[in-house]
Design a protein around this ligand. Structure first.
Ligand code: PLP
Length: 397
């Protein structure tokens, strides 16, 4: 028997696994479960995008793409985001095409953070960020937004910067937000931008849900602080293309050139035929994001009242497709146990809030990206289970 022993990288072995994926695994084999878990749009990809993909494969677009991204797609991305978010990027040198926003996040962290650098993260936050910060050897400085209706305020930023025990180099913004659905008005962003500017910190802005704002227009931090902001976006949510894995990093050419080194080292390039399909998404399939937004808005509008009536505390989400709900007080405050009960005894899976922030342990996240029938059935089961638990006098504490 071999006695080979060689320890693995402690940054990886000590890293907590992503709770979202963990929970999905725990409930994977439960039969007949309605899953309101993943942010997976219940829409098919537009036919024009599929045809572009088939044509690219037929046309032998099977070779290495340009590492930073095919020229046509980079031009399309700059034109699209300039128009969509009122930005002023000059040309294709301002963008890198990445393997989804997931790669974009990692490339940005690896480029901007040195080991030990602090990064402010308004919480609750998308769980996988935490692992990416660990991998970049950064130090997460959480800013709890629970008491402010999940909105980051300038005062909270000032306080976090004063109290941080590491030098803070950047802030990670994500709005419309996963998991809360909260987003910001122009005035709110302007006030935050002033603080970021004053403290001279990088702004990493994950705006993957920017086409999904229901009550007011999306304003990008890249419009307000163009030099200081690295904007991340992608096609997973806007065009329901999660499996195509297309993301973009947009920023000043000087920082993009540095990030391109990291992207090149990791992926070399994104599949050519997928980039061709993505180009069609951005240039031709321009009405789909708005149509999907209207459908999600209708889902939100009919789901929120049902949750309120069942005793959940919900901030009405102005964007994205998640409801972040505090479990009814008479049922206790342990969202993990409640979510497990729902999956095991109620036939519906939602994500426990603790995966997004320690302070959100009494919450669950419900995704309304699923199709209409699944959403309605899932919410009906949730409401029914709450009534059963009440009748049985069960609490989760
Ligand atoms: N960022 C946020 C805030 C998300 O919610 C998600 C997916 O749910 C991602 C990034 C990952 O995006 P992609 O599919 O482009 O990798």
């Amino acid at each position: 028997m071999s006695n080979f022993v060689q320890p693995l990288n402690p940054v990886v072995t000590q890293m907590a696994a992503d709770k979202l994926l963990d929970f999905q695994l725990q409930v994977r084999d439960i039969p007949n479960l309605v899953r309101l878990t993943f942010g997976e749009p219940g829409f098919a990809v537009d036919e024009r995008i599929k045809q572009a993909l088939y044509a690219a494969v037929e046309g032998d677009r099977s070779h290495y793409a340009e590492s930073q991204g095919e020229l046509a797609l980079r031009k399309a991305a700059v034109a699209y985001f300039n128009q969509h978010a009122n930005l002023a990027y000059e040309n294709e040198d301002n963008v890198i095409v990445t393997l989804g926003v997931t790669e974009a996040i990692n490339v940005v962290f690896q480029t901007l953070l040195s080991a030990g650098d602090g990064i402010l993260v308004p919480e609750p936050a998308y769980g996988p960020y935490f692992m990416s910060i660990d991998l970049a050897r950064g130090k997460r400085v959480g800013v709890d937004t629970t008491a402010d209706g999940f909105k980051l305020t300038p005062a909270a930023v000032e306080k976090a910067l004063t109290q941080a025990d590491v030098p803070v180099k950047a802030i990670l913004m994500n709005y419309p937000n996963n998991p809360t659905g909260v987003t910001y008005t122009r005035d709110e962003l302007q006030a935050l931008a002033e603080v970021f500017e004053k403290h001279n910190i990088w702004v990493i802005s994950d705006e993957i849900y920017s086409t999904l704002t229901y009550d007011y227009e999306h304003v990008s931090l890249a419009e307000l602080l163009p030099r200081q902001t690295v904007m991340i976006n992608g096609l997973s949510k806007s065009h329901a293309m999660t499996g195509y894995r297309i993301g973009f990093i947009l920023g000043d050419k000087a920082v993009i050139d540095e990030m391109q080194k990291v992207h090149g080292a990791w992926d070399f390039a994104i599949p050519t035929f997928i980039q061709d399909a993505a180009t069609v998404a951005l240039t031709e399939v321009t009405e789909a994001p708005g149509e999907m937004r209207d459908a999600y808005r209708a889902r939100r509008d009919r789901t929120v009242p049902q949750l309120l009536a069942a005793g959940f505390d919900v901030v009405n989400p102005a964007g994205a497709f998640y409801l972040f709900a505090k479990i009814p007080v008479d049922l206790g405050s342990d969202g993990d146990a409640f979510a497990m009960d729902l999956a095991t005894n109620g036939g519906v899976a939602v994500i426990p809030g603790s995966g997004f922030a320690e302070s959100a342990a009494a919450y669950i996240r419900i995704s309304y990206a699923a199709d209409d029938a699944d959403l309605d059935e899932g919410v009906a089961r949730l409401v029914k289970r709450v009534a059963e638990l009440r009748a049985e006098g069960v609490r989760f504490d």
